[in-house]
Design a protein around this ligand. Structure first.
Ligand code: IDP
Length: 143
């Protein structure tokens, strides 16, 4: 199995509801390591740039407004199959469809305010990590 990295964000609703520790606990218990982290309040332009692939979607305006509405914490997770493992931990986009025991199933309020973002492929993870972090910001664990 491949050691991978993925980009994760605790979204504004997650930070607002004091869920950073709860989300990090789930990452760590699943064996994912946080190798970079940064708290920031995205500008609208930064949110639009990050979600550029969704610019034609009907929810783009609301999504970027929401993502720039308050602080987020952005992290790089490292581990075996980190991309898929993080998606599993998050659950389905819509919390109504997300399994119990997942971040969104347990903690999210709506399809938009769904607590966490996670890259959906290894290829996108590389692009998304580079959107927020320079190579020197990543702190790999020595074993
Ligand atoms: P994902 O975050 O599970 O990968 P995407 O389809 O990539 O889901 O959508 C990105 C984000 O856009 C979602 O996490 C959610 O915040 C928001 N979103 C997705 N679909 C809708 C919708 O139908 N209405 C409002 N917001 C949505």
């Amino acid at each position: 199995m491949a050691l991978e990295r993925t980009l994760s964000i605790v979204k504004p609703d997650g930070v607002q509801k004091n869920l950073i520790g709860e989300v990090y606990r789930r990452f760590e218990q699943a064996g994912l390591k946080i190798v970079a982290a940064r708290m920031m309040h995205l500008s609208l332009a930064q949110a639009e740039g990050f979600y550029a692939v969704h610019r034609e979607r009907p929810f783009f305006k609301d999504l970027t407004k929401y993502m720039s509405s308050g602080p987020v914490i952005v992290q790089v997770l490292e581990g075996e199959n980190a991309v898929a493992k993080n998606r599993e931990l998050m659950g389905a986009t819509d919390p109504k469809k997300a399994d119990k025991g997942t971040i969104r199933g347990d903690l999210a309020a709506s399809i938009e305010e769904n607590v966490a973002h996670g890259s959906d492929s290894a290829e996108n993870a590389k692009i998304e990590i580079a959107y927020f972090f320079a190579a020197a910001d990543i702190c790999p664990r020595t074993r």
